[in-house]
Design a protein around this ligand. Structure first.
Ligand SMILES: [Zn+2]
Length: 103
């Protein structure tokens, strides 16, 4: 049986690795890692890559993403004040119905 994690080969372990990483379990406690230096190194490399990916694509953290959008919007306004002003004034003047509407 190949189901005993202590006796699994590196290939078997590495085939499961993406699943193990994705599950969020503590992979460092895996029996194969305790006996296999090679896979410990592989795992630490994978974790470094995964960490970098999380910083590049913070999909699990919507509030941060929201703040990034807000910051970008503020930056665009600050960098192109004339363009922003122009867009604003054209918005103010284009729908005459809005101005005529009683408050
Ligand atoms: Zn191994």
């Amino acid at each position: 049986m190949t189901e005993d994690p202590k006796n699994m080969t590196c290939a078997e372990f590495q085939a499961q690795l993406p699943e193990l990483v994705g599950s969020g379990d503590d992979i460092s406690a895996h029996p194969h890692l305790k006996s296999c230096e090679l896979c410990r190194q592989l795992l630490s490399e994978l974790e470094t890559i995964a960490e970098a990916a999380r910083q590049l694509f913070p999909v699990t953290d919507p509030p941060d993403e929201l703040w990034t959008h807000i910051e970008q919007a503020i930056k665009i306004d600050a960098e192109k004040p004339e363009e922003a002003l122009e867009a604003k004034s054209s918005l103010d003047s284009s729908p005459p119905d809005l101005a005529a509407e009683p408050a």
